[in-house]
Design a protein around this ligand. Structure first.
Ligand code: GDP
Ligand code: MG
Length: 436
């Protein structure tokens, strides 16, 4: 997948101090290939990599982050930009806002209509009316009625020979009487784009003049989704896109292409059969998904903001000389704390998101450690080896801890020290054997 490829090619950049034309070429090629694999349109992938290249060239790399990581961030930012940098909200400013739902059969329109109704009801305090305007299949009306019951929203339907236009119009009339503030109109789809369907929904649009026309698309349909979106947009000039079925393992590259081709915002994503599983679309999160990298990017951002390069260099030297002491340890803890909540930090690491729920990460984990270290004299902090049992019991008393807790910290400290030492050796080995 994209992550693996990206990681492999970014390895080539590791250890380089600056991003240059030469060391970036291979990476860009891989990014382009990966985007194509994630269903991103060819032209878009090409112009995308060009932009990334321009942004990346000549960037200086801060001491605390690797060029590869910086590159990931540039790619990520560009991805978010391409999908519209901010979440785009529904226009619900009218006394009665009318939302028309369009899309192919099976794309998830009916399901989305109900999810949207529930979201507006629960989160925006709205009083929506759902309209079953898919009149060709009685089962479609029943489906919406069942969902409506589930979320406790009224469903308007008529079983007679009226056209879908007439039904939409009378539904709106009733909504006004009943003091609804939103009308959501579910329409009929076909298995593929056909002229009759297009004409029908275009004439509904003309008759009721909706505030929003949302185009619903199944994100698993890949490149086809782009063509369908284009045809619907040409005909309807819709106001936003809804991506459904993002709960599968689709990477969502279609989102990127659709957005770029029709130049309309993606407003919602839907990811399951439960009525709650709908989200406002966040470009940044989608970029994460396409890159599939956990939130490595925020981690880099935080590091960029907070990390003090001088301290890092000093620390490295001291670790290498086996001089790492409790003062350094304190500095490290403070750095980590500055970067934010420990739980958040861990959950940002790729693959750790799920685990963090299971491990109990205590935000106060460091407090105990700090208190013990603060009870040491400067000489003790700089020379941990002089800590005999009388010193330990003084420290325990001073910090209000048990001797066993002090011993535990000393043990942990020794382990960390050893681990750091091996990590430094590993790093210099990597440097020596960089590139085959
Ligand atoms: P419509 O023909 O466009 O109205 O599509 P439906 O709303 O009837 O959905 C078609 C099928 O896809 C149904 O079986 C839905 O349960 C399912 N579906 C809709 N949205 C989602 C989604 O976000 N995730 C998953 N996994 N299934 C969905
Ligand atoms: Mg339907």
């Amino acid at each position: 997948n994209l992550t693996d490829k990206l990681e492999r090619s970014l390895k080539l950049l590791k250890g380089e101090g600056k991003i240059t034309e030469i060391n970036v070429a291979e990476t860009l090629k891989d990014i382009r290939k990966s985007l194509l694999d994630a269903d991103v349109n060819y032209k878009i992938a090409k112009s995308f990599t060009n932009t990334v290249k321009e942004k990346a060239l000549g960037q200086n790399v801060l001491g605390s982050i690797k060029p590869g990581e910086l590159m990931v961030k540039i790619v990520h930012d560009e991805l978010s930009n391409l999908m519209g940098s901010n979440a785009s909200e529904l226009n619900l400013s009218n006394k009665l806002s009318i939302i028309l739902i369009s899309g192919l059969q099976g794309s998830g329109k009916t399901t989305f209509c109900s999810k949207l109704a529930k979201m507006l009801k629960d989160k925006k305090n709205k009083n929506p009316l759902l309209v079953a305007d898919d009149i060709y299949r009685p089962a479609a009306i029943d489906q919406l009625k069942i969902l409506g019951k589930q979320i406790d929203v009224t469903v308007y339907s008529e079983l007679n020979n009226k056209s879908s236009i007439q039904i939409a119009q009378s539904a709106i009339k009733q909504a006004k009487q009943d003091k609804n503030d939103v009308v959501i109109i579910d329409t009929a789809g076909r298995l593929a784009v056909d002229q009759r369907m297009m004409e029908e929904i275009a004439s509904i649009k003309k008759a009721i003049n909706p505030d929003e026309i949302l185009f619903v698309v199944d994100s698993m349909t890949g490149q086809d989704a782009v063509n369908t979106a284009k045809e619907f947009n040409n005909r309807l000039d819709f106001s936003g896109i809804v991506l459904t079925k993002l709960d599968g393992d689709t990477r969502g590259g279609a989102a990127l292409s659709i957005r770029a081709v029709v130049n309309k915002p993606i407003k919602f994503v839907s990811r399951g059969e439960k009525m709650e599983s709908i989200d406002i679309f966040h470009p940044k999160r989608m970029a994460d998904r396409i890159l599939g990298m956990g939130d490595i990017v925020s981690l880099v951002e935080k590091a960029q903001e907070q990390y003090n390069e001088g301290l890092a260099r000093r620390l490295k030297k001291r670790i290498a000389k086996n001089q790492f002491d409790f003062d350094d340890f304190l500095i490290q803890i403070q750095q980590i704390k500055k970067m934010g909540n420990l739980r958040d930090l861990i959950s940002m690491l790729p693959g750790m998101g799920k685990m963090v729920k299971e491990i109990d990460v205590d935000d106060n984990a460091f407090k105990k450690i700090e208190e013990i270290i603060y009870s040491m004299t400067p000489t003790e902090r700089a020379n941990p080896s002089i800590l005999n049992s009388s010193r330990k019991s003084r420290i325990a008393k001073g910090s209000g801890k048990k001797i066993s807790e002090v011993n535990q910290l000393l043990k942990q400290f020794e382990q960390i020290r050893k681990m750091m030492k091996t990590m430094t050796i590993q790093k210099s080995l990597n440097k020596t054997f960089r590139r085959k």
